[in-house]
Design a protein around this ligand. Structure first.
Ligand code: ADP
Ligand code: MG
Length: 408
């Protein structure tokens, strides 16, 4: 009997619901596209390009629209012999300084085998290498720096690059920067001189409304989902859930993909609304787990203290007792413990993140106090902590106790 079997009833092309798929059509962004085209117009006219700053929450089409428009631009510009356009795109997510972005750009421009090492040069040397590669390229160069907020305040490149021409580093090449950010605060935090140049043209993409998400999902489902494999109401439900939460097309598409997988795993022939509900809880859980991974050491230890109490079936548990548990975990891990007040702050942060829930208890003359318990499944909290904390023995003990008490 074969162990792998091809499943083909729900999806026609599952990749079309994935991260790297480029949609054939952009829905619902006519106004934004118009403003974007206007900002790109000088390129077609043969002038120096504008620098553009594009922002909006994650999943609102910033990357998709940029890729689409730059493809169109590259095609249309072939009509004009006097414009020689090149486009360079870099995602900065894993690059967290100007230095690293500049190296990435140099290496994108150099032929295979001629790449420079990612460490060891002074920053100005890397910038000069970049200018000489750009100068060698000539014509008009559009540089897209997607998820630019990850460079934080190490933003020197954003200051230098737009000035390379006036500072005499570039003669035959005209450069335009497109910076894309999920985080508007990034703009505020930029050096004012950088703001002036980078944000020459500012574009904002708002979150999508439910009906807009429905249209996006419908046109994607045509490509991705088999005919008649999606019951009525499913796309509307995915759109409504995503609109209520984030307005993100990515979230709506993720819900649809996961719901399809749930249906597939149950050998159901169609995607139903209850599959979407299951997909939603799955996504929520993933999000909480991600939140747990991003905690600081003391946040993690505070959470582990609650986990340990939960294994002993002693939650909800008061801050004072949790603090004792926390102190002993600090000791086991060789970490200096924080004062009780700070630990209390960590506990309320964990509550804000939806990882813990709290009850306020009244205790007469001694005032009110809080008691905490897990608001996520015990097993996902332990698993997440086991991945990030070096406390194997303690966590094994907690698991043993939980098993003894029948805590799932
Ligand atoms: P951002 O870059 O703003 O985080 P993306 O451009 O990556 O968001 O969009 C997230 C997902 O939603 C992608 O799969 C993209 O193809 C799709 N998408 C977003 N907006 C639209 C749209 N207006 N029309 C069609 N697909 C869209
Ligand atoms: Mg993006």
């Amino acid at each position: 009997m074969p162990r792998f079997e091809r499943k083909q009833n729900i999806f026609r092309n599952k990749d079309a619901l994935g991260e790297s798929y480029q949609p054939e059509r952009i829905e619902e962004r006519d106004e934004e596209i118009e403003a974007y085209m206007d900002a790109l117009q000088p390129i077609i006219d043969g002038w120096e390009p504008n620098n553009i700053f594009l922002y909006g929450n994650t999943g609102v089409g910033k990357t998709a629209v940029t890729e689409y428009l730059l493809d169109v631009l590259q095609e249309d510009v072939t009509e004009y012999d006097d414009v020689d356009l090149s486009v360079l795109s870099v995602n900065c997510k894993t690059l967290n300084s100007s230095y690293q972005v500049a190296i990435e750009l140099v290496n994108t421009l150099r032929p295979d085998g001629a790449e420079i090492s990612t460490t060891g040069y002074p920053q100005q040397t890397v910038f000069k290498k970049l200018y000489s590669e750009l100068e060698a390229l000539g014509g008009t160069v559009v540089i897209v720096l997607d998820e630019i907020d990850s460079i934080g305040d190490r933003d020197e490149l954003l200051y230098e690059l737009p000035r390379a021409r006036s500072n005499g580093y570039l003669e035959s090449t005209k450069v335009g920067l497109i910076g894309i950010s999920n985080d508007f605060k990034f703009r505020e935090q930029l050096d004012p001189r950088v703001q002036d140049t980078l944000c020459e043209r500012e574009l904002q993409f708002p979150p999508y409304e439910a009906d807009e998400l429905t249209n996006i999902l419908e046109s994607r489902a045509e490509v991705a989902i088999a005919e008649d494999a999606c019951e009525t109401g499913v796309l509307n439900l995915c759109a409504a859930l995503a609109a209520r939460d984030s307005g993100s097309a990515r979230q709506a598409l993720d819900l649809l993909r996961l719901a399809g997988e749930v249906a597939e795993n149950n050998d159901d022939p169609t995607i139903r609304e209850d599959h979407v509900d299951q997909a939603r809880s799955k996504l929520e859980q993933e999000r909480v787990e991600e939140g747990m991974r991003e905690l600081t050491t003391h946040g993690r230890l505070a959470l582990l203290a609650v986990v340990s109490k939960a294994a002993k079936e002693s939650t909800p548990c008061r801050t004072r007792e949790l603090y004792q548990e926390y102190e002993s975990l600090c000791e086991s891990s060789g970490t200096d413990s924080l004062a009780q007040r700070s630990v209390h702050n960590h506990l309320s942060d964990l509550r804000m993140l939806g990882i813990l829930s709290a009850k306020e208890n009244r205790s007469g003359s001694r005032g009110n106090y809080y008691s905490y318990e897990l608001d996520v499944p015990f097993s996902s909290a332990v698993d997440a902590m086991a991945d990030v904390l070096y406390l194997d023995d303690e966590i094994e003990t907690i698991r043993d106790i939980a098993r003894m008490n029948g805590v799932a």
